[in-house]
Design a protein around this ligand. Structure first.
Ligand code: ES4
Ligand code: ZN
Length: 350
């Protein structure tokens, strides 16, 4: 599976990656030490004394499979593990190293352009300022473009489980970073949180010229109404892209709408395999592809999914959807099509 030189060498764009989802236990351990912090288990309050111990708690899947943590109270949910990690990010240098760590992986996989999501509300609530966070990201972004040949832009994601007021407050600060931020996204826990709850911000962002995207159906199946809101309603007329949303295959009408509007879908196979039968996942990806919908294969949260990056996601999609090299080429072209880079940048990718 790793010896597929076509998939390895083809130039790529990555449109769905959470920078916080690249925070590996080893990185967290390094930042924690540097910031004189002791890492403790969020449930039990017990201090971690070794990196190995910490690694085991970090990956909820790994923990569940392991015998020691099996079904125990100590097993963290994805969101507990994910947001728990934000704490160790304190300085501009931390944000810079976090982003460089991703850019280096991206360069090694021949990613030439990426749109990287970040969750500012998760950082301001741990006491980090926008200035610290964005200075680190900015420095890494410039360096990646210059020395690694990876261009990029940022997607500011709103946490849908926080208030519309918090979303608007953060949006207004994001306006100071328009030179970096290309789009507004929506992520975090979808339980009881339809996208239209944040319509005021999406409408404003659309008027201000940002691109829009939103997560649907992560981890479980939510009402198709959420996808309809993303495709047709948020930001007045609907978003440019949908992140995930695999259960759209249950509605021919919605699929038709997405196809007709040219809405791109970012699809991250490794994110679904833990929640859904494999065959169902690949059948659905194939259905979208065969319908002509533009899908961009991406990685979501590599550090929380057994270290699977865009390359591994493309490889597993190719294998189980039985994509040919030509199909993979179409996947990459479609991803370029639905990315938000300037036309000249798009032209130079393939
Ligand atoms: C996320 Cl809903 C969701 N799924 C995966 N990763 C995430 N990061 C923030 N929200
Ligand atoms: Zn995501």
């Amino acid at each position: 599976e790793t010896k597929d030189s076509f998939v390895s060498t083809i130039p790529k764009v990555e449109l769905h990656i959470h920078i916080e989802g690249t925070l590996t236990p080893a990185l967290k351990w390094r930042f924690a030490r540097r910031n004189n912090m002791i890492l403790t288990h969020p449930r039990t309050g017990v201090d971690f004394t070794t990196l190995e111990e910490y690694e085991e708690s970090h990956d909820p899947m790994k923990a569940r499979k392991g015998e020691r943590m099996n079904n125990s109270e100590e097993t963290l949910s994805f969101f507990e593990a994910y947001y728990g990690g934000f704490d160790v990010l304190r300085t501009e240098q931390d944000y810079y190293e976090l982003a460089m760590h991703y850019y280096e992986h991206a360069a090694a996989m021949n990613v030439r352009y990426c749109e990287i999501s970040f969750d500012p509300q998760g950082h301001t609530r741990t006491g980090t300022t926008w200035g610290t966070m964005m200075a680190g990201f900015r420095k890494a972004q410039g360096e990646a473009e210059k020395t690694l040949n990876v261009k990029s832009a940022w997607i500011m994601c709103l946490l849908r489980d926080l208030s519309p007021q918090s979303a608007m407050e953060h949006y207004l600060v994001a306006l100071n970073y328009r030179h970096m931020i290309i789009g507004i996204g929506l992520d975090s826990n979808e339980d009881g949180r339809p996208p239209m709850l944040l319509e005021q911000v999406f409408a404003r962002a659309r008027e201000d010229g940002f691109h829009l995207t939103a997560h649907c159906d992560v981890g479980k199946t939510y009402p198709l109404e959420h996808i309809l809101q993303v495709a047709a309603q948020i930001g007045h007329t609907g978003a440019d892209r949908i992140d995930h949303g695999l259960n759209v295959t249950e509605s021919p009408e919605l699929m038709e709408l997405i196809l007709r509007k040219g809405i791109g879908m970012t699809i991250c196979p490794w994110s679904y395999m833990r929640h859904q039968p494999m065959e169902e996942v690949y059948e659905r990806i194939r259905t979208l592809f065969d319908a002509g919908i533009k899908i961009a294969i991406a990685s979501d949260d590599p550090a929380f999914m057994e270290d699977t990056w865009i390359l591994e996601n493309l490889l597993v999609a190719k294998r189980f959807c039985k994509f040919t090299n030509n199909d993979v080429l179409r996947l990459v072209k479609d991803a370029v099509d639905v990315c938000w880079a300037p036309e000249q940048v798009k032209k130079d990718i393939l």
